[in-house]
Ligand binder design. Sequence first.
Ligand code: TYD
Length: 155
Amino acid sequence: MEQSLVIIKPSGVQRNLIGKIIDRFQQKGLVISGLKMMKLSEELLREHYAHLVDRPFFPTLMKSMMATPVVVICLKGVDAVAVVRSMVGVTNARNAAPGTIRGDYGMSSQENIVHASDSPENGIIETNRFFKPEEIFDYTPVTISSTYSPDELNS
Ligand code: TYD
């Protein structure tokens, strides 16, 4: 199964959306295999947002991501990366579709409530970036057989 790394950003934490966001992923059928609150260091953020260091908004992005602790979540499921990205919506929350997390809760590109991995490869890299191996749990919920068909589970 794929894994996706989600960060409930300080904008989501400040606006008391932690519970609502986790609830959406659980109701969808994604499995939480890691979950914790942490404060992000400048070093970790520079690695995570390495593709954006030269962009003019990088300094305010760093400040925004360190404004409060964040909640990091590792979600597992079939096609988890694409499923989670579609639930999160496009980067600019003002343009994000209603029904998505950014579309329902955000009004900003930067203060856009959540981060989600953009490829299966990054799902693994980012999970390893934010979690220690012993913080990730591999278990099968009893609901799995009513979440997927046997064929989907074996794919
Ligand atoms: P990016 O990886 O392009 O988007 P996404 O989070 O949807 O995968 O950008 C990372 C974060 O950088 C984005 O969530 C918020 C911030 N950002 C800005 O503050 N301004 C911008 O114009 C863009 C493109 C991103």
